[in-house]
Design a binder for this molecule. Structure first.
Ligand code: ATP
Ligand code: TZE
Ligand code: MG
Length: 271
């Protein structure tokens, strides 16, 4: 997660201790709270970080790792959700569990047993209930404010074989939302697209999951505006660069790129 952020031009700090939160969190431009490897000792610090981010008017993003995997995980994620994250990003099973508010008896824990398209309606409903932007990742990523839905088609299936690829893209979303907090849907879609493009470029050089991780990070670091524009088939009005401060893409419908399966498009067009 931290290496992904560094490659994108952000400056991560991984904080666990509740003692550090009041002093440190106000200094951050954005906060990412990740429920993976959760223990009851860590939860109060996570909640305090969310509260301090809210008080400091800083955006924060929740990764509800394995929300449907156990009662403890689900309760913790629902409590964090009640603290009003700017964005929630999870896989299909995580978003379905949060939306239903129940543990999934078929859950494998961290890995999704649902496709992202199975969770689009749950994501819309969760966004309406929570007031947060909700992103469901998978073969297609869906981002919704409860009304409009944006789709991102970038990415490679091998990402599922790298643990914490989802966590890393959530961290990237935090950085993008931190630099454009007034456009959280666009920032979230942009982060997912940029991560996906980087994985596609990285996959051309990779021999398996371990080398994909390396090449993804290298590709994100080396991504320039021209390459991102070409791979996204965006029009000339959008500006992307490897610097997250200028890499916020606008979601839009694009029929040609849609056929190529390589772009943003609006939900009704891409389903
Ligand atoms: N089948 C796929 N094809 C293309 N990209 C995919 C596919 N599945 C996942 N991705 C991409 O992989 C990244 C991680 O999404 P995923 O849904 O696997 O997260 P996750 O299950 O939370 O992962 P983790 O728990 O390992 O961090 C996203 O950028 C997503 O777009
Ligand atoms: C494998 C795993 N277990 C808890 S968190 C995590 C990383 C992917 O979310
Ligand atoms: Mg995950």
């Amino acid at each position: 997660m931290a290496n992904t952020l560094l490659s994108a031009g952000a400056s991560p700090a991984m904080i666990h201790s509740i003692n550090e939160i009041p002093e440190f969190t106000p200094k951050a431009l954005g906060v990412c709270i990740n429920a993976g490897t959760l223990t009851s000792d860590w939860l109060p610090g996570m909640k305090l970080a969310a509260q301090v981010a809210n008080q400091s008017k800083k955006p924060w993003v929740l990764d509800p790792v394995a929300a449907g995997g156990s009662s403890f995980w689900l309760k913790a994620c629902l409590e964090l959700l009640a603290l009003k994250p700017t964005v929630v990003r999870g896989n299909g099973s995580e978003i379905l569990a949060l939306s239903k508010g129940s543990v999934d008896s078929n859950s494998k824990g961290v890995d999704s047993v649902h496709g992202s398209s199975d969770a689009v309606e749950a994501a819309k409903s969760l966004a309406q209930q929570s007031g947060s932007i909700v992103a469901v990742s998978g073969a297609v990523d869906f981002i919704t404010d409860g009304d409009k839905v944006v789709c991102v088609h970038n990415g490679v299936p091998m990402l599922q074989k790298i643990t914490a690829s989802g966590c890393s893209v959530t961290a990237l979303i935090s950085a993008f939302v931190a630099v454009d907090p007034s456009h959280p849907v666009e920032a979230t879609a942009s982060a997912l697209a940029i991560f996906g493009v980087s994985s596609e470029i990285g996959m051309d050089m990779a021999r398996g999951p371990a080398s994909l991780r390396t090449h993804l990070i290298d590709s994100l670091y080396g991504l320039d505006e021209a390459t991102a524009l070409a791979r996204e088939d965006l029009n000339g009005e959008e500006h992307i660069s490897k610097d997250v401060k200028s890499s916020l893409l606008q979601a839009r419908s694009n029929e040609k790129a849609e056929k190529e399966n390589r772009s943003f498009s609006i939900h009704k067009d891409c389903l």
